[in-house]
Every structure is written in C-alpha cells, then in structure tokens.
Write a protein that binds this ligand. Structure first.
Ligand SMILES: Nc1ncnc2c1ncn2[C@@H]1O[C@H](COP(=O)(O)OP(=O)(O)OP(=O)(O)O)[C@@H](O)[C@H]1O
Length: 229
C-alpha cells in the first residue's frame, strides 16, 4: 500500500438478511489519503451509514477488505477491533453523546482515561490543548449540559481528538446544528486537515459542507456513482 494512503476499502459487498436478503453495498472500493477531508453523500437509503459503519470497524459482517494504516482489519476479532478503534479512530456523531453530568474537560478526558496510554496529568493537559484548539477551553469547567448545541459539538470534536486518532469518522456531524454552527464545525474540520494533516471521513447531507471538503464520494443504491475533487 502507498505510504500516503491511510485507508483502503477493497471490493466491499454487504448484505442484509432481514426482512429478505438484499445487497446493500456493491463492490465498494476507494482509497483515502492521509490528511484528506472526505465527504460521503447520497440520497437517504443509498448506503452511506452502512459503509461508514464498516469503515469505522464497527461492522464486521461484510465481504471484501478494509485496510487502515497498512493493517488489514477485515477478518479481525471484535476485541482486536475495539482496541484498534480506541487507539486509531475518533468519532463525531450528529448527537454528540456527551455525559451531561460531567464537565467539558472531563468529557474530553474520558476516552484517554479508558485507553490508559498516558498519566492522568498528561491527559488533563492534552484535554486542555484540544479544548483550546476548538476555542472551548474557557468552558473546560462547565457542565456539558449547560453548553449550547454548537459548543457541545465542539467539545465532542475535542473528545474525538484526545487520543490523537489517525482518522476522524463523522456521521452527520452538523445534522443537528444551525447554519452558523455548521460553518464553525466545517471550519474546524478544514483546519484540522489542512494544518494538522488530520484525516476526516464524514457522511453528510449538507451540500455546502460537502462541496468545500477535499473530495466527495457520491453513493446511490449501494454503489459509488461519482467521485469529485
Ligand atoms: N440493520 C438493517 N437491516 C436491514 N436493512 C437495513 C439495516 N440498516 C439499513 N438497512 C437498509 O439498507 C439501506 C441503506 O441504509 P443506510 O442507513 O446505509 O442508508 P443512508 O444512505 O445512510 O441513509 P440516510 O441518509 O437516511 O441515513 C436502506 O435501504 C436501509 O433500509
């Protein structure tokens, strides 16, 4: 695999058995470069979330190969994949799933505390760094339930960054935000990929958001119909 390629999907087929067997993904193949900001778009039901679930190693029931950072992940056991995810992937969702009774800082620290790669002190310092990057360090001590929707999403992005993941996987990260906050989140992703070579793979319905990312993959009926720079 080319050193510059961080993720490769090869000949991915996916079937659902219920209510009747049908093929939801057809021979999906593409590569993602390190530092690339990729948007996956397509009509509702075209297979975007199913694909993202496979790319993020959460779904293992598919045909084909998934490679991330030169490591073949298809065929690995669930516990190995969980470890891989914690170490190498950061997740941002439409609903941020912050713990409301914890502060912004504590929410950001949690995935790193679980990973136990660094001491508590180092984790706290890194959490402040990530919050600063997201312009949220002034709110470090604030309960996350007291933050606005846009602020919560920024904390969720800081949390996704805490373990310094190779790839951020985002599912409709602006789906729940107004236009102002959407452009803030977009600006953050853009800056992360441009300034820190952070790879970002996001599913989005927002055309402006997708149009300003580095590349768009458009899906229809479980196939890639268009790739656009
Ligand atoms: N667990 C499941 N079992 C059976 N069919 C499923 C399952 N999950 C999704 N599907 C079907 O697979 C197809 C693709 O769904 P998917 O959620 O990947 O689409 P999507 O492009 O992400 O849609 P949306 O934009 O609405 O989120 C749809 O026809 C959906 O009904």
């Amino acid at each position: 695999m080319n050193n510059n390629i961080i993720l490769e999907a090869r000949h991915i087929n996916k079937y659902f058995e219920q209510p009747a067997k049908f093929q939801v993904l057809h021979n999906i193949g593409f590569e993602v470069k390190q530092g690339e900001f990729l948007s996956i778009v397509g009509k509702s039901g075209s297979g975007k979330s199913t694909l993202l679930y496979i790319l993020s190693t959460m779904d293992t029931a598919y045909e084909g190969e998934l490679w991330i950072q030169g490591e073949k992940l298809s065929g690995k056991k669930k516990d190995q994949l969980a470890k891989f995810r914690n170490e190498h992937l950061g997740f941002v969702f439409q609903f941020h799933y912050l713990l409301p009774e914890f502060t912004a800082l504590e929410n950001v620290m949690l995935p790193a505390l679980k990973l136990k790669k660094w001491s508590q002190e180092v984790i706290e310092q890194k959490a402040h760094e990530k919050l600063k990057l997201l312009d949220m360090d002034n709110y470090a001590g604030q309960l996350s339930s007291r933050l606005s929707g846009g602020q919560q999403q920024r904390v969720a992005i800081a949390r996704a960054l805490i373990n310094e993941p190779a790839i951020i996987v985002a599912d409709e990260p602006t789906g729940n935000l107004d236009t102002g906050n959407t452009s803030v989140v977009f600006g953050i992703f853009k800056a992360l990929s441009r300034d820190f070579h952070q790879t970002i793979i996001t599913v989005t319905h927002d055309e402006t958001f997708a149009g300003n990312s580095d590349r768009i993959i458009e899906m229809s009926d479980g196939t890639i119909i268009h790739t656009q720079k």
